[in-house]
Design a protein around this ligand. Structure first.
Ligand SMILES: Cc1ncc(C[n+]2csc(CCOP(=O)(O)OP(=O)(O)O)c2C)c(N)n1
Length: 369
């Protein structure tokens, strides 16, 4: 195991002082250290952006920067890695720190096992040298890789499995600003109680899908079978919803998070362009990546009213308290879309939260109804 503090002091000694990435549960103990770095750290909308800002950093400083991500984000990172940073293109040194979900020999969710199994192969295909860091002894390997990256001007990677990083310090709980709004669970219960039985819901990655699944499962009143849980493919829920809505007359609802929304925000323009009356988009805005540790999404200044309107959405609704919830949900569901409902939610999730299981069964049910 490795204490996060020691990893950071190792990287500092290697003169690496700029970091960019998308948060991941395996790397969540790094949160407070990144927060302290302030201007030397950026949480980016997606992993391709993290690679790209590290490329820019190198172009202006000549220094190797570090991009961090979950291995599921390698897909997003692939484009700038292969088409810009690769040794045969512009040859840019970068250190990737990758949380290795679904590593062979570990048990994980299906989507992680798929990516976990091919993570090393993907890196090999990209000609990216890598090492796994499990103990302090592995710092030597990492040191050699960093030297290699600097000398031959190419990306290199370090893989870290679950439960390797630990921190002796316990940091303060999230700030007050994250504690206003409605509980996600409360909103979902309200929504499921009011939504037409024929409406379908496509929900984003992380706690949103997990809570929706759990609530449907344990509340007999909340009819099962109309949901498609995006257990992976973060940021793509709205376009899956669009694909379903284009071939349907009933309300098709996307349950999105603010982190997921920002990952592929360009989708909003396509949705606005299509102008489907049955397209209903809900953003559960907790201003954070709660599912992987509560890191900030940095969207405090994003005006979803202006954004949705300028992308071509017809209606915008907002809920930040329970009093207006029922009426607003009903108006939103009745409205002619594309409509966007922003719900201000606070941090916190259902205890003993499960995960959607039997994915093929879920898909079949969703397609049948
Ligand atoms: C491409 C990709 N990058 C990163 C992750 C890890 N991840 C899973 S859920 C999540 C946070 C989602 O944030 P948000 O949509 O705001 O929902 P919240 O967790 O706050 O409910 C992240 C970063 C992932 N699954 N896929």
């Amino acid at each position: 195991m490795i204490e996060v503090k020691k990893l950071f002091s190792f990287l500092k000694k290697k003169n690496i002082d700029f970091f960019a990435g998308v948060p991941d549960s395996i790397l969540k103990k790094t949160k407070e250290y990144f927060d302290k770095l302030n201007k030397k750290h950026l949480i980016t909308a997606n992993e391709g952006s993290a690679i790209s800002v590290c490329i820019g950093h190198y172009l202006s400083t000549g220094k190797l920067a570090c991009a961090y991500m979950q291995n599921s984000g390698l897909g997003n990172a692939l484009n700038p890695l292969a088409s810009i940073a690769h040794q045969k293109v512009y040859s840019i040194p970068i250190l990737l720190i990758i949380g290795w979900r679904g590593a062979p020999g570990t048990r994980d969710e299906p989507q992680h096992e798929v990516k976990g199994k091919i993570t090393r192969k993907l890196l090999k295909l990209l000609n990216i040298k890598f090492c796994e860091v499990k103990t302090y002894k592995d710092f030597k390997k990492l040191d050699n890789l960093i030297k290699f990256s600097k000398k031959f001007k190419c990306p290199v990677a370090c893989l870290i499995k679950k439960d390797i990083l630990f921190d002796k310090k316990s940091f303060k709980k999230s700030k007050k600003e994250f504690n206003s709004g409605i509980k996600r669970e409360t909103f979902l219960n309200y929504l499921l109680g009011n939504v037409n039985l024929k409406s379908k819901i496509i929900s984003t990655t992380g706690y949103t899908s997990r809570e929706l699944f759990q609530i449907r499962k344990y509340k007999n009143t909340h009819y099962q079978g109309n949901d498609f849980y995006m257990v992976g493919g973060m940021g793509h829920a709205s376009m899956v919803t669009l694909g379903v809505a284009m071939n349907n007359k009933r309300n098709i609802i996307c349950l999105d998070g603010d982190g997921s929304l920002s990952m592929h925000m360009g989708s909003l323009t396509t949705i606005g362009y299509k102008k489907l009356k049955n397209f209903k988009h809900i953003i559960l805005n907790n201003r954070s990546h709660e599912s992987v540790g509560g890191q900030k999404t940095n969207l405090e200044n994003l005006d979803l009213y202006k954004l949705s309107k300028s992308c071509g959405y017809k209606n915008y609704f907002f809920i930040d308290n329970e009093k207006i919830m029922k009426r607003t949900i009903s108006n939103f569901l009745k409205s002619k879309g594309p409509s966007l409902l922003e719900v201000k939610i606070k941090l916190g999730t259902i205890q003993n939260l499960g995960r959607p299981k039997k994915l093929n069964f879920i898909k079949s049910k969703f397609m049948e109804r």
